[in-house]
Design a protein around this ligand. Structure first.
Ligand code: PLP
Length: 405
């Protein structure tokens, strides 16, 4: 079969493959535990359901404008005032089918062939692939000290004449690290000086623990004009547990939003009006669900860290936000894909190999599930890896006997 060079270069989604494996085991009735999840388990806010149902009942579900409905744009404008202390106009906003589409369309709007997009490692699995889809190149930047927090110098050193944009995701998937205000301020200043686009992927910005806040790039931007190259990405997926609704947005200068709208108009048109209604309901409704989710995740994080700390060979960087922890398991196995395969085969715990996020030797563990799954999942992993554990383990009424050393 003949397919395009671009398509040949795109890697399959590692998360999808593992999720399929999980579904097969679950269907067989195996007691498998998913610690690889990327979505909160809480219920969608009632206002979201009510406003989409009201629209559905009208029986008239039509196309939405390519850049999003006026109502949804107003909700984003209000949100931006509340959470970013920044007044934007409808022409600065485009609504997309999830934050993912908003990022992709932004990249298509700004990148030429062979140009480069930098992003700190560890990184979300889609960042290396998305620039490729636009004919460009994604380049991870590793912190010199091996930590999950880059320094501005690490980025400065990688910037060259082909660099067009930098993507920053804080709180970060997969590490849960919240980048410091100094770092965000430096990146904003650096991008302004070098005339680079700065894409802030803020999809987890309200899921931060210990009463802390993620830095707001607008606070450090000197250029407040329509020449600004700052692009803010956000959406309802994570904060409102509305991953299935596929609504996200971009905020940028008017010219760029116009260009992005042209692209989106020919790609998918505006996102479903029904789902925009739901997003408006969630964003304008009572916000207690976000606060409750954040409290639950913080508690889950604490439980996970306590359990991981009982592993002698595991090194943990305590996440300050999101619902992920990227733990270093290299003392047990250096190859994270092999380790992840071993854990699903031997003790039926699904984890995400760190190599997919640019951190070999690590596993990404999610704490968006139940406390029971977190505790039992980590106990099973410990049994499989820590050879000082007893030789047998019961999963329900199944007895497992360790036949490896
Ligand atoms: N950005 C990051 C860092 C993510 O982790 C995800 C989803 O996992 C997204 C964007 C995509 O969000 P959405 O569901 O709004 O497309």
């Amino acid at each position: 079969m003949s397919i395009s060079e671009i398509a040949k270069g795109i890697s399959p989604s590692p998360t999808l493959a593992l999720n399929e494996k999980f579904a097969i085991l679950r269907e067989k009735g195996d007691p498998v535990i998913h610690l690889g999840g990327g979505e909160p388990k809480s219920k969608v806010p009632m206002e979201a359901i009510m406003s989409s149902v009201a629209h559905l009942n009208s029986g008239e579900i039509r196309y939405a404008p390519a850049d999003g409905s006026r109502e949804m744009k107003q909700a984003v404008i209000r949100y931006t005032e509340e959470f970013y202390s920044r007044k934007v106009e409808p022409e600065n906003v485009m609504i997309s089918g999830g934050a993912k589409q908003a990022i992709m369309v932004a990249l298509q709007a700004i990148l030429n062939q062979q140009e480069e997009v930098l992003f700190p490692a560890p990184y979300w699995v889609s960042y290396p692939e998305m620039p490729k889809l636009a004919g460009a190149i994604g380049i991870p930047v590793f912190a010199e000290d091996g930590s999950f927090h880059p320094r501005i110098q690490d980025i400065e050193q990688r910037v060259g004449s082909y660099t067009r944009a930098i993507i920053i995701n804080s709180p970060n998937n997969p590490s849960g690290v919240v980048y410091s205000k100094e770092f965000i301020s430096d990146v904003v200043g650096f991008c302004e000086k070098k005339k680079l686009y700065l894409i802030m992927d803020d999809i987890y910005h309200r899921l931060v623990f210990n009463g802390k806040k993620a830095a707001n790039a607008f606070d450090y931007a000197k250029d407040k004009s329509e020449n600004s190259k700052l692009i803010i990405i956000n959406g309802v997926s994570k904060q409102y547990a509305m991953t299935g609704f596929r609504i996200g947005w971009a905020i940028a200068n008017k010219k760029l939003i116009e260009t992005m709208t042209n692209i989106q108009a020919h790609q998918t048109s505006g996102p479903s009006i029904l789902l925009q209604k739901a997003a408006v309901g969630a964003m304008n409704g009572v916000q207690s669900s976000v606060e409750n989710l954040c409290m639950t995740l913080e508690n889950n994080r604490n439980v996970m860290i306590d359990h991981l700390n009982s592993f002698e060979g595991v090194k943990v960087t305590v996440p300050q936000g999101t619902f992920y922890c990227l733990a270093d398991f290299s003392n047990y196995m250096k190859d994270s894909a092999k380790l992840s395969g071993f854990l699903i085969d031997k003790v039926q715990v699904l984890t995400m190999p760190g190599v997919e996020f640019g951190m070999e030797g690590h596993l990404r563990l999610s704490y968006c599930g139940s406390i029971k799954d977190i505790t039992e999942g980590i106990e099973r992993m410990k049994w499989a890896l820590d050879l000082k554990s007893p030789n047998e383990l019961y999963i329900g009424d199944r007895k497992l006997v360790r036949d490896w050393v």
